[in-house]
Design a protein around this ligand. Structure first.
Ligand SMILES: *[C@@H]1O[C@H](CO)[C@@H](O)[C@H](O)[C@H]1NC(C)=O
Length: 325
């Protein structure tokens, strides 16, 4: 299978003792996989509800976390909400956390991309920049409902947004991070060519049955093409679905997000959602040099419930990055 050959070609060290030295030498540089946390949870109790995330950052100082802040499908009036201010100030005080502000490009829930008027999405980005002048270190922008093809003049729209975030003298994000979320594969090379920090080119589900009372966490039967993560074995979703689409060369600028990690991923691998399975999945993501990843038990609205609690996911990713698994 071509995918397998590609994988071996890029990891020629894996069967040699050399691997140990190489892993250590580059562990702090390009090889590490970051966390990318879609923090779609209201910071209740003056941000206290986000304390499990803070704890995970403290416990894993070598792990970098990009954290998506989203008060109201964009900045909304979050900067005037004391709970958002407290929560983001607390997160921002962690040197290994980089917050990015949420915006989106679609007026019809993703059916048409890049149809939010440019002036409007630009205004949202400038609003995010005001958070920086008010003491909240927003480091860049997460653009949701990013295009999966070149329709609707999207390449120019995304180029302009990337330019704005990266180069506008009035934009204050210290790191000027740019993350696109097309939410799936497609014609993405024109967007990789804009050199964003990451593109979320695989955002999918693990589980077949929705958890009782679940919230957007299963492989929705309305979307039969959703990839049940690693249903053909560890690494299979990346090797068989992601890489043939985006090209393995783009792995370091790619994020892989998986929600609904509970119960089982069904045939043919029929993996059970245990910590051991999670460890193997995360290790396989890191081995493929994916730039950022996240696994969540449900649908990104709570972070303490297992098996994929933030504590466990951060620890396993940190260990995988250190080559200690
Ligand atoms: C992108 O920016 C150029 C130059 O400012 C402008 O002419 C063009 O209309 C913009 N395109 C979009 C889609 O916003």
């Amino acid at each position: 299978m071509p995918c397998r050959e590609q994988t071996q070609a890029v990891y020629p060290f894996r069967d040699f003792n050399m691997k140990v030295f190489i892993t250590i030498a580059f562990a702090a540089a390009a090889a590490a996989t970051d966390l990318l946390i879609p923090l779609y949870q209201f910071p209740a109790n003056n941000g206290q509800v986000w304390s499990p995330i803070e704890q995970a950052l403290t416990d894993n100082p070598n792990l970098n976390a990009k954290i998506i802040i989203n008060p109201n499908n964009g900045p909304g009036n979050g900067i005037d909400d004391p709970q958002y201010v407290a929560g983001t100030q607390a997160l921002g005080s962690h040197p290994n956390a980089q917050m990015v502000g949420y915006v989106h490009t679609s007026t019809d829930f993703g059916q048409t991309r890049c149809n939010v008027p440019y002036s409007q999405i630009e205004a949202d980005i400038r609003t995010w920049s005001t958070w920086v002048s008010r003491g909240i270190p927003i480091q860049g922008i997460f653009i949701d409902e990013a295009p999966t093809n070149t329709a609707n003049n999207c390449v120019e729209y995304m180029r302009n947004l990337t330019d704005l975030i990266r180069n506008d003298p009035d934009i204050l994000f210290p790191q000027r991070l740019v993350i696109f979320n097309p939410g799936g594969t497609g014609t993405l090379q024109p967007y990789y060519d804009l050199n964003p920090t990451y593109i979320v080119s695989l955002e999918t589900c693990f589980v077949v049955p929705e958890r009782a009372g679940g919230e957007y966490d299963q492989c929705d039967p309305a979307f039969p093409n959703w990839e049940r993560y690693d249903h053909d074995g560890y690494g299979s979703s990346i090797d068989n679905v992601l890489f043939p689409n985006i090209g393995q060369v783009n792995a370091p600028r790619t994020a892989v997000l998986v929600h609904g990690f509970h119960d089982t991923n069904g045939p043919s691998a029929n993996l059970q959602a245990t910590e051991e399975v999670l460890r193997n999945m995360i290790r396989n993501v890191v081995q493929r040099r994916i730039g950022a990843t996240f696994f969540n038990t449900a649908g990104y609205h709570q972070f303490s419930d297992g098996p994929a609690s933030i504590q466990v996911v951060a620890r396993l990713l940190s260990e995988a990055n250190a080559g200690s698994l």
